[in-house]
Design a protein. Structure first.
Lengths: 296, 312
């Protein structure tokens, strides 16, 4: 971990150092490009949902319940005669909004906690990290579903619950490189110049550990989308009739004995997005952490 | 080893108290009065006051905390608001189902994951490596309920090899049939994770000097891989298997729902739907206990696998 931070520093200043190193990271493992393309494509489809959906996702066609694909119902209809494709497109919005919001929230709070713990060290560090370890040990899905059940299944509460369960992981990720970066000369130099702790942490530690946090961010985005779907499947998603992928699988599962294909399209949608994010994060991690990479 | 274990036990006790405190807080962050929420909007004031008294909500918060802690440790977790039976009874009734599912899944997960990870590591950057890496990434992408539903569709609905509802232990064959699909579901997802951990742990160990020395003096390759290298790679793997239990328990909730199998999962969903706060509180206590016990077991395994722990 620590070595990669040292190596990531450019030898000579470039015009767009971060862009250059990002492209280099992507090129190190070509599959990350595929992951990025998949993710951007799904995001685009979600954004365009109001214009490209063949139907209103809530519109019920009473004459076409539980139908296989026909006319412009390209993926068929559900139990209420609603168009599955349109619901999938709108469901992508919910998955992405909840996934991104909760990941960003956890990333910001977790990084702050991790950097503070790593920076100040000592007893403060021990107490903070032991607390994080305890949170980490408790089954996160259980904690999430109890929080959502207690607070009520609204979008904000789901985002809060998912964020809370992933804060400890981000704190762990941010802490380790902070400890190694803070021992480097440029931090001493900054101290000698009279920079405040806040300025050193925000201006000098954060940029150096940011690549590692960001890579974990894409992995945790995948996790957040999976957790949201799991909560919705249990019945703790955004309230129906708003379409969510997990909710669609829940409704489809109730009819699994006679129309098992209802669960298939939302399942594939979740798999594609999560898989895309996973290969994106996996490839990037290879690039910034050479220890895990194929060749050394 | 004694000092190490004492330290870990102390940590376990602290964890237990901290998480119990967390449980206490979480159950009390409900917006509004729990008694009101349980009884609904139409309930009259006397009924609410009576329920408040029964739940101990009329007492000062620190008194509630002390009685909750002592109750939790004595096994007195209150009475289910729905069935009226002691919470601990309800939980102990279904606990074996979840424990056996978790145990079989862990065996499957490590039994599949560790050999695959070793295989990938010794074939680094060759076909087996690529196949296992992509395969494990696909496995990691499955939300557990999605994979469970797919297994159910394929093996129960299409092929009819397994029953749709799995909660039968009348005969060994029925037991096997009812546990196989849920355990396979949890085991495969776990294997995806363990494969990756094993692979990177093995890659690290294979670069060590003693591996080169062993090769130089002509120790057979299989002995190097499976005895020298894997023995050392096992240390991080044990940690991960222990940590993975938290995920496994969460995944088992979803799996039990899909396969309609009795266990903690169905119990907790029922408690959530019926707003049975006492039951939820008790369930969180049992989850905490399981996690703490497994942490201690992980530490013991650690001491077994790594001789250095014994010396310190």
């Amino acid at each position: 971990m620590s070595l990669s931070v040292h190596n990531a520093l450019p030898a000579a200043p470039r015009r767009w150092p971060w862009l250059h190193s990002t492209v280099k990271a992507f090129n190190a493992n070509k599959t990350s490009w595929l992951g990025l393309v998949i993710f951007l494509l799904v995001t685009l489809l979600a954004l365009l949902a109001p214009w490209i959906s063949p139907h209103d996702p809530l519109e019920q066609n009473v004459f076409a319940k539980l139908r296989a694909p026909f006319e412009n119902y390209y993926l068929g209809t559900d139990y209420y005669g609603r168009d599955i494709l349109s619901r999938l497109l709108y469901g992508a919005q919910i998955s992405l909004v909840i996934g991104i919001a909760s990941t960003v929230l956890a990333l910001v709070l977790g990084s702050i906690i991790g950097i503070l713990a790593g920076w100040y060290g000592g007893r403060f560090d021990i107490i903070i990290m032991q607390t994080m370890d305890m949170l980490l040990a408790f089954p996160s899905l259980i904690l999430g579903l109890i929080l959502v059940a207690m607070l009520g299944p609204s979008m904000t509460n789901i985002i809060l619950a998912i964020a809370l369960t992933s804060i400890p992981s981000f704190a762990r990720i941010a802490r380790a490189p902070t400890i190694s970066v803070k021992q480097r000369e440029f931090i001493d130099a900054g101290r000698a110049l009279g920079f405040s702790d806040t300025r050193l942490m925000a201006g000098h530690i954060l940029p150096n550990i940011f690549p590692e946090i960001l890579v974990m961010g894409s992995m945790w985005l995948a996790n957040a989308i999976r957790t949201e779907a799991s909560l919705a499947f249990i019945g703790l998603g955004v309230k129906p009739p708003i379409p969510t992928w997990g909710g669609m699988i829940r409704e489809g599962f109730e009819n699994i004995l006679d129309s098992y294909w209802l669960v298939l399209s939302p399942s594939i949608a979740i798999l594609v997005v999560v898989f895309g994010l996973n290969i994106l994060g996996d490839g990037l991690r290879d690039a910034i952490d050479p220890k895990l990479k194929g060749e050394r | 080893m004694g000092a190490f274990l004492v330290k870990r036990m102390l940590f376990a006790v602290v964890t237990l108290f901290a998480v119990l405190t967390l449980v206490f807080i979480v159950v009390r962050i409900v917006p509004g009065d729990p008694a009101q929420v349980i009884l609904g909007d139409q309930a009259d004031a006397t009924a609410i006051a009576a329920l408040q008294q029964r739940l101990g909500l009329d007492r000062p918060i620190w008194e509630q905390y002390v009685s909750f802690l002592s109750g939790a440790l004595r096994g007195d977790w209150g009475v289910s608001l729905v069935t009226g039976r002691p919470v601990i009874r309800e939980i102990l009734d279904v606990l074996p189902w979840t424990l056996e599912l978790t145990a079989v899944s862990m065996v499957l997960g490590t039994g599949i994951g560790v050999p695959l990870g070793v295989w990938a590591a010794i074939n680094r950057n060759r076909m087996p490596d690529y196949v296992t890496r992509i395969g494990s990434l696909i496995g990691l992408s499955f939300p557990p309920f999605v994979s469970a539903i797919l297994l159910l569709i394929i093996f129960s609905l299409a092929l009819r090899w397994f029953p749709v509802i799995s909660g039968n232990r009348a005969t060994p064959w029925a037991w096997f049939q009812s546990i196989m699909l849920p355990a396979l579901n949890l085991g495969l997802i776990m294997a995806a994770y363990i494969t990756r951990v094993t692979r990177s742990a093995m890659l690290e160990v294979m670069q060590e000097d003693y591996v080169r020395t062993a090769r130089a003096k002509g120790v057979p390759w299989t002995v190097i891989v499976w005895r020298h290298a894997l023995r050392n790679a096992l240390i991080p793997i044990v940690t991960i298997v222990g940590l993975y239990l938290g995920i496994l328990i969460g995944n088992s909730v979803l799996t039990e729902i899909v396969f309609n199998r009795p266990g903690l999962g169905k119990l907790i969903i029922g408690a959530l739907n019926q707003r049975d706060y006492m039951m939820l509180q008790g369930m969180m206590v049992i989850y905490t206990l399981i996690v703490v016990v497994v942490n201690v077991l992980t530490d013991l395994t650690y001491a077994l696998v790594d001789p250095r722990v014994k010396l310190s």
